[in-house]
Design a protein around this ligand. Structure first.
Ligand code: ANZ
Length: 908
């Protein structure tokens, strides 16, 4: 009958499910290993072959570790809140809850068909009230704590010291003081509001909507924020001990964006009472080169200092900026589009007393530093472009240390941004930049004009969304405006059933229309924002350790045993957001004593992207509208010409070129896992995806490659079975149609033993390195060579020992076929708890080497010598050769030099 992957895979999937093979419990007798996938958003498109790649990698590790004696936690769940389900509901009228349920069921079925060894009894879903109850609970922990900078950790808000004058001002003042310091706090923040569509947009959605011709404005709204900035330093320093890809560490560092510099105070002429205009700079050494100042248009001083003559222009400019998003402003600034208006006010240079014009311009952002800068056009590119555009002076205060180079630069035409030595700068003249910076900062401190300061690019996390399909906040607003958390026993606050998810006319979130839900009997009102999609994924890995606990988010015992995650595999697209957010939550939970280590994910691996083929006309021809023409794989014929692969369009014969691109529905180059699993089997698909190349690299999907791996597995099957010829021969338990071949008893020939142990050694070492493609290559060599070609291997049939050990090696990669082989070998239980094969070290060594025999330093002959031979044995071996015997003619040589592992030399 041959390799019937369908029957085999069905049989073993049913067996694993029936026997709960992968359900795990805490077991203090065994070491634990927690291997986690980034859980998917269950989209309507179903599983993607890209998912399969990462999930297969973790599955191999999970099975391998289990066979090595670890108690392996390998769970799966659904990150199921989010916009697509809500959008889909708006289009079709199907409630997100229904869509989510169906999509999860589909994903689960697809994953089960691939034979992944998840403990399905631990499945979780972020939209399940039993789950989001605890998401809400964690939010309340943040609300109930503040960050104690002295102690360097979060503490209960009740422990916050209240200054005397605040206490004296009454309970209301104390409450406000506390609210202003909680880790979760309300703030009036601008959102992207589209009045035409009546929706609030996420930053990344703005461009698309504006392109479609709609207006998007920045509109202030009370929003929940999380004080992640307090954790900036720890989010940086704790990266130190992590086994993560260097580029992800770099992305995390950049996201936190630590800058060391100084704050410098400038007085504003005529407004000396208004308090200083403070700037943040990373280059205090360039203070003498400041020729003008720039405030962010939203800066609170603008209103106050603008002169009458400039008021109209300033107001118009501020208005215009409000309509632009921060991202848009940044990109305009990078592209060099400089706009701004003079406020008419003048700042006084703290060292020279010079009058510097104060401008407003949108290249200065309110959210960074102090929202104000001293502009040094000679040494900063943005300032240079602005100064050129506005005809402002440019004064050089840094020069290259090398005089030849110094003579060559002209700051009037181009900014000199590198380090060098300070010039035209009393106090620091001649000092190299790093020293100039610290000396100037020190000087400013002594003059009471400034201070050293560290800033971070990281912003507090805007944590509310004006959406329906997300976690409701577990808080109510009392009539007097105070916020009241709900007690844990009142959680979860469940989403009210609704059918209409449009926001209200005024942009209030959709939940505001569930009036019965919003209004509580005591006159208070529920919060109507929901949490962002990131919320549920910030802590799901913790819920997996104790997913059915209804009285706690997780038990201390389970957290203590299973955490941290030992291996986390997922896409690099989460390098900044998800990984930073979850690390932040974890640190808060750590401060509060709910987890025992400050970092959640010990080792991180990013899998590459699987690319799909698209075909384009070789002559670059486009369609009538000038759009690129593409053809799909099944519209194209492949043939060989002059030893080269050529592609032509089936219908027209037009030559086309192949290109590899990220798979996407719109390009039509998506490979559906269900189809390839049906045709080739889960084991082939799993193994092929691991054979495509190193896990971290992107690789093109080629169905011919998949077919090749399938042939390999069929060959494995033939190695073990005499395949029945009659139709109707089926692979049953015990293998009715296909009889196990007659195996040689024991370990086989020395050659076979050696090959087996080499394979065990290589596969083991390569799995450890997650170099799965090379591990598979090693198995392929084994299957090719273990039994010499010909019917039964002649004198070397498959030995029982090799048959058993190889089935075990194959198990992490092609688990269904491996179980089939194992059971055919007469074992009754799954091989998942069999010990992983151990290579016999002695067999790995090449046991002989070529010994060179010399006479008077000249090579005369060579002999094969045992590697472990002693010096005397080597000398004796060499002496026994004809050549040496002839030379010595019975006498003793003057000297015998032995170089173990290489040569023996007879002298004189
Ligand atoms: C004077 C100066 C001279 C600067 C010079 C740079 C070079 P990073 O490294 O990104 O932290 N800056 C400060 N606050 C800003 C804001 N709110 N919006 C836009 N720009 C701001 O950059 C710090 C530098 O960015 C600061 O140092 C400041 O310009 C500018 F030769 O001050 B600098």
């Amino acid at each position: 009958m041959g390799y019937d992957h369908q029957a085999i895979e069905q049989r073993w999937q049913a067996y694993w499910a029936d026997h709960q093979t992968f359900a795990v419990e805490i077991d203090r007798e065994r070491p634990k290993f927690y291997v986690l996938d980034m859980f998917p958003y269950p989209s309507g498109n179903g599983l993607h072959v890209g998912h399969v790649e990462g999930y297969t990698a973790t599955d191999i590790i999970a099975r391998y570790k289990r066979m090595r004696g670890f108690n392996v936690l390998h769970p799966m769940g659904w990150d199921a809140f989010g916009l697509p389900a809500e959008r889909y509901a708006m289009k079709t009228g199907r409630h997100p809850e229904q869509t989510t349920r169906d999509n999860c069921a589909n994903f689960r079925k697809q994953l089960q068909r691939l034979g992944f060894c998840y403990d399905w009894s631990r499945e979780i879903n972020t939209t399940d009230p039993g789950y989001y109850k605890w998401t809400q609970w964690i939010f309340l922990q943040m609300w109930g704590h503040y960050y104690d900078r002295q102690a360097g950790r979060a503490r209960p808000i009740e422990a916050l010291p209240i200054p005397e004058e605040v206490r004296a001002a009454g309970t209301r003042a104390v409450a406000e003081y506390r609210d202003g310091r909680r880790l979760a706090y309300l703030q009036e923040s601008p959102v992207n509001w589209c009045p035409d569509l009546r929706i609030v947009l996420a930053n990344e959605e703005v461009a698309e909507i504006v392109d479609a011709g709609h207006e998007v404005v920045r509109k202030p709204m009370k929003q929940w924020m999380l004080r992640i900035t307090e954790y900036a330093e720890r989010l940086l320093s704790d990266l130190e001990g992590l086994d993560w890809p260097p580029h992800v560490l770099e992305i995390q560092r950049n996201w936190v964006g630590r800058s060391e510099g100084a704050e410098i105070d400038f007085a504003v002429e005529g407004h000396e009472d208004a308090g200083a205009l403070t700037v943040f700079t990373t280059r205090p050494d360039t203070l003498h080169g400041a020729t003008y100042m720039v405030l962010a248009p939203e800066h609170p001083l603008v209103e106050r200092i603008t002169t009458e003559a400039q008021r109209e222009a300033v107001t118009a400019y501020v208005d215009q900026t409000l309509h632009r998003t921060e991202r848009d402003r940044q990109s305009a600034s990078i592209e060099g589009r400089k706009t701004g208006v003079d406020t008419g006010a003048r700042a006084l240079h703290p060292l020279t007393g010079a009058h510097l014009p104060i401008w407003i311009a949108d290249y200065v952002l309110m959210g960074y530093g102090t929202g104000a800068i001293m502009a040094v056009p000679a040494h900063d590119e943005r300032d240079h472009a602005f100064a050129k555009a506005m005809a402002l002076p440019i004064v050089q205060v840094v020069a290259p240390a090398d005089p030849a180079k110094a003579a060559a630069i002209d700051v009037q035409s181009e900014a000199f941004v590198d380090e060098g030595v300070a010039v035209s700068s009393p106090v620091i003249d001649g000092l190299p930049t790093p020293q100039a910076k610290t000396t100037m900062t020190g000087y400013l401190v002594t003059q009471n004009l400034g201070r050293a300061r560290v800033t971070y690019k990281l912003r507090d996390w805007l944590f509310s969304r004006q959406r329906y399909w997300g976690e409701p906040f577990p808080l109510v607003h009392d009539a007097d405006g105070t916020v009241r958390p709900l007690p844990t026993q009142d959680l979860p606050v469940e989403l009210p059933p609704m059918a209409d998810f449009d926001p209200s006319e005024t942009g209030e979130p959709p939940l505001s229309k569930a009036t019965d839900w919003v209004a509580l009997p005591d006159g208070s009102r529920r919060e109507t924002n929901t949490m962002p999609q990131w919320a549920g994924s910030c802590w799901y890995y913790l819920r997996f350790v104790d997913p059915r606990n209804s009285s706690l988010p997780w038990s201390k015992e389970a957290e203590d045993y299973w955490m941290p995650v030992d291996l986390y595999v997922g896409g690099v697209e989460h390098a900044a957001t998800h990984l930073l957010y979850s690390r932040f939550w974890h640190k808060v939970l750590y401060d509060l004593g709910h987890v025992h280590e400050p970092e959640p994910f010990r080792r991180l691996v990013n899998q590459g992207i699987i690319l799909g083929a698209v075909f384009m006309p070789s002559d670059g021809r486009r369609d009538a509208e000038g759009k690129k023409l593409t053809f799909l794989p099944d519209e194209v014929d492949v043939h060989e010409e002059d030893g080269q692969v050529r592609y032509t369009v089936k219908q027209t014969g037009e030559p086309v070129d192949i290109q590899w691109d990220k798979m996407s529905k719109s390009k039509g180059n998506v490979v559906n896992p269900d189809e390839v699993v049906a045709t080739y089997g889960a084991d082939s698909v799993r193994m092929y995806e691991m054979f495509m190349g190193p896990l971290e690299q992107s690789a093109p999907w080629q169905t011919e490659g998949l077919a090749g791996v399938h042939r390999f597995l069929a060959r494995v099957h033939r190695l073990y079975f005499e395949e029945g010829k009659q139709a109707g021969d089926r692979v049953q338990a015990g293998g009715e149609g296909d009889r196990l071949r007659a195996l040689a008893p024991g370990e086989g020939t020395p050659r076979q033993r050696k090959l087996l142990h080499k394979t065990i050694h290589e596969v083991t070492e390569r799995i450890e390195r997650m170099s799965f493609n090379t591990a598979i290559a090693s198995m392929m060599v084994f299957v090719r060579d273990i039994v010499p070609r010909g019917a039964d291997g002649g004198a070397e049939p498959l030995p029982r020992d090799a048959a058993e050990q190889f089935a075990l090696l194959l198990a992490p990669f092609a688990p269904h076929l491996a179980e089939q082989l194992w059971s055919a070998l007469g074992h009754e239980r799954s091989l998942i708890d069999e010990p992983w094969p151990a290579a016999d070290e002695a067999l790995l060594r090449e046991d002989t080497f070529t010994l060179v025999v010399q006479v008077d330093g000249k090579r005369r002959t060579e002999v094969s010598a045992p590697k472990d031979a002693s010096r005397d044995e080597l000398a004796a071996l060499a002496r026994a050769t004809d050549e040496v015997q002839r030379f010595l003619e019975g006498r003793e040589p003057k000297r015998v030099i032995v170089v173990p592992g290489r040569l023996v030399n007879f002298v004189g």
